[in-house]
Design a protein around this ligand. Structure first.
Ligand code: SF4
Length: 249
């Protein structure tokens, strides 16, 4: 049994997410961090950490194509909780080369080019963030997509060429949108302006880059607003959250 497996056994006994988040930051300090794109789940986790009496380390992946409302939310979070949201961005030289070779809007051309753009703007910065961590707290929820329904609360993933183990934790994995909304209302949690946007039943379910993220209609799947020009059944993940293989759980 490796060190993380015994830690998982201990942490798994804690059912209350606030207590779990507090325990993780007490044990791991700055080697733990909440990764958030500005979704409700991420901000609720920050609020829970504060309520548990710890100051959480928080990071985001700044693809440099985020909505203005996302940057506004991060400012609001920093002000309310007295923390800094660390921004990990892409390598400017690689982005320049990509745009020169394929154009700024390469993601329209093919799934491969969309994944290439996501790799440079999201996956690589995320890897740099993970290189500083032992524990990555994510806002994944089982009700977000079929792929995410398989996500366990605790998962050991590996980072870097050395395949260093990292504990990935989804404290609110079984929470619903309604539970999050109730919590946010009760505790005065800052909510992303686009998550309060609704026109004729169309609303934003996920928050990503401009153009690649659009609102979804009343009967659409939750990831339908991403990369609309691809088929509905195409893989709508960006590479940050690869579903676990059985032996990684
Ligand atoms: S979501 Fe779109 S713009 Fe953002 S990194 Fe992926 S392909 Fe590029």
């Amino acid at each position: 049994m490796n060190a993380f497996e015994s830690i998982i056994e201990e942490l798994d006994a804690i059912q209350d997410p606030k207590q779990l988040i507090g325990e993780i930051f007490q044990r791991f300090g700055k080697k733990a961090a909440i990764g958030t794109s500005g979704q409700l789940t991420g901000v609720v986790m920050i609020d829970m950490a504060e309520a548990a009496g710890v100051t959480p380390r928080v990071f985001t992946i700044d693809t440099q194509r985020l909505f203005p409302e996302t940057y506004q939310l991060f400012e609001e979070i920093e002000k309310k909780y007295g923390i800094r949201v660390e921004k990990f961005g892409p390598d400017p030289q690689k982005i320049q080369n990509m745009i020169q070779e394929h154009g700024e809007y390469l993601f329209f051309d093919s799934k491969e080019k969309q994944e290439y753009c996501c790799h440079l703007r999201k996956v690589e910065p995320n890897e740099r963030a993970l290189a500083t961590l032992d524990v990555w707290l994510t806002g994944l929820r089982a009700d977000q997509s079929a792929a995410r329904a398989e996500t366990p609360r605790f998962q050991i993933i590996t980072e870097g060429k050395e395949k260093r183990p990292i504990l990935k934790v989804a404290p609110l994995i079984d929470w619903t949108e309604a539970q999050l909304r109730d919590y946010a209302k009760k505790e005065g949690v800052p909510v992303h302006a686009l998550l309060n946007w609704n026109q004729n039943g169309w609303y934003y379910e996920s928050l990503g880059c401009v153009i690649c993220t659009t609102p979804i209609g009343p009967h659409e799947s939750r990831r339908a607003g991403r990369w609309r020009w691809f088929k509905e059944d195409a893989d709508k993940e960006c590479g940050l959250h690869v579903p676990p293989k059985k032996d990684e759980i």
